[in-house]
Design a protein around this ligand. Structure first.
Ligand code: GAL
Length: 460
């Protein structure tokens, strides 16, 4: 039995496009994901988030289920196009009302809202008319949208996350083209990332300058896998370090240290945009906590020279820029995403962050796994998921006991949902969703989580 610190924050997470549905209703404008889903061949089985889990109409029932799980916090995202259908300008009051009601319902249930402002569903108008994250005007548009959210919800929301996983938005959206807006380039990801970082920083300044009286905290959530050197050779060790820098330090270094990692500047030359001295100052220090989404681990080695296809789920980034070959250990279990289950990688990553960024307060804002869960006699026996969570939470507990300032953990996801380009087949939820009837059924893992949150401990 391992006890977690008294004030450890147990939570669960979702995002707007993956669960809400009502994609064309109640005044919501289209987002890049609404559009992307309609392009043939982009999403598994041509599925879309048009109905998703119908959370828009069922949020009360969902919050009741969260309460039963005993979570203290719920992380969700606001669909920008639901409250600003064109991304800027006219406000859709019906959208504001929806999130306002959701927040009130959470507070009534004693669940603390953690709100992500951007979880990839960019208003389509901003993509078509202003070039999405490649255009400079997005920085002000995002800051204005954030301002609107702080002003309407900030009296009740005290925990803000500006961006979810800018790495994914940049690499999968602008590099590999497998996520919206579906662009393929070896330079656009670096430009999109640059504007994402500047937009994040500007929103944080809006919060700190105009809303400090609300006494909340604001930060960013980045994603990173662990990269373990394939061998002890100096080359492979450097390759693993380089891979982490291209993955996480790309976004975290500007925020914690004021600029991109040297290794990226050296290798990318003109493809890496440059921050002005003024911008560096604006960006540095713009995260009150270190938000981390973590799912898996791979081995990293100095590239052998032969060209290798990096799978989308390999999270490799632009591999030729890094000269890193990634691989898996054949003894590792993998989930339905083909992501390896390696809890010690989580611990190593937490320690890497702790050291590189000088002991920040870390929140794991996502961790979880997809399996092909089945409903049998009204139950889902997802023992594999319970074991996954046990392993990763044990790694978290070890990191905490070795001094890492890990303050909370949000399980991804509260319920099965629209898993982006993979559609509905990949089930990440603690609750099973029958996508025909939209009925929710707590899986074994949800019942297990209830015990964990109640005892504030895990029986490893
Ligand atoms: C994250 C993302 C989530 C969810 C999860 C599982 O990258 O933030 O929206 O899809 O991965 O793939």
């Amino acid at each position: 039995m391992k006890k977690f610190p008294k004030d450890f924050l147990w939570g669960t997470a979702t995002s707007s496009y993956q669960i809400e549905g009502a994609a064309k209703e109640y005044g919501k404008g289209p987002s890049i994901w609404d559009a992307f889903c309609n392009i043939p061949g982009r999403v598994h089985n041509a599925e879309t988030g048009e109905i998703a889990c119908d959370h828009y109409h069922r949020y009360k029932e969902d919050i009741q289920l969260m309460k039963e799980m005993g979570v203290k916090a719920y992380r969700f995202s606001i669909a920008w196009a639901r409250i600003l259908p064109e991304g800027k300008g006219k406000v859709n009051e019906e959208g504001i009302q929806f999130y306002s009601d959701l927040i009130d319902e959470l507070l009534n249930a004693d669940i603390v809202p953690w709100v992500t402002l951007y979880h990839w569903d960019l208003p389509l108008a901003l993509q078509l008319e202003e070039d999405g994250w490649l255009g400079k005007s997005i920085i002000d548009s995002f800051a204005d949208y954030a301002d609107l959210c702080f002003s309407r919800f900030g009296d009740r929301v005290k925990n803000w996350i500006t961006l979810n996983e800018p790495w994914v938005a940049s690499i999968l959206g602008y590099g590999q083209g497998v996520f919206a807006p579906g662009r393929k380039s070896n330079s656009e990801p670096y430009m999109a990332a640059h504007n994402l970082i500047l937009a994040h920083a500007k929103a944080v300044h809006v919060y700190r300058e105009s809303y400090s009286y609300q006494r909340g905290q604001i930060g960013i959530t980045n994603n990173c896998d662990w990269r373990e050197p394939l061998t002890n050779s100096q080359e492979d060790q450097q390759a693993a370090e380089r891979a982490l820098e291209f993955f996480l330090a790309w976004f975290a270094d500007p925020i914690y240290k004021g600029d991109y990692p040297e290794v990226m500047k050296e290798r990318l030359g003109e493809r890496l945009p440059v921050f002005t001295p003024e911008e560096k100052k604006i960006i540095k220090g713009t995260s009150d906590f270190f938000g981390l989404n973590h799912y898996t681990t791979m081995y990293a080695a100095q590239a052998s020279g032969e060209k290798k296809e990096i799978s989308v789920h390999g999270n490799g980034g632009i591999s030729e820029d890094q000269e890193v070959d990634l691989s898996l250990d054949e003894n590792w279990d993998v989930t339905l995403m083909d992501w390896a289950v390696v809890p010690w990688g989580c611990k190593k990553l937490l320690k890497w962050i702790d050291e590189r960024y000088d002991k920040p307060n870390i929140y794991i804002t996502e961790n979880g796994c997809a399996y092909s869960d089945e409903l049998v006699d009204g139950k889902v026996e997802d023992t594999n998921r319970v074991n996954f969570y046990k392993g990763y939470l044990e790694a978290c507990e070890e990191a905490i006991s070795e001094g890492v300032q890990l303050k909370g953990y949000f399980a991804w996801s509260f319920m099965d949902n629209f898993e982006w380009a993979s559609g509905y087949e990949k089930r990440f939820g603690l609750h099973y969703v029958d996508f025909k009837t939209l009925k929710r059924i707590p899986k074994k893992s949800a019942l297990w989580f209830r015990e964990v949150t109640a005892a504030n401990s895990v029986d490893f």
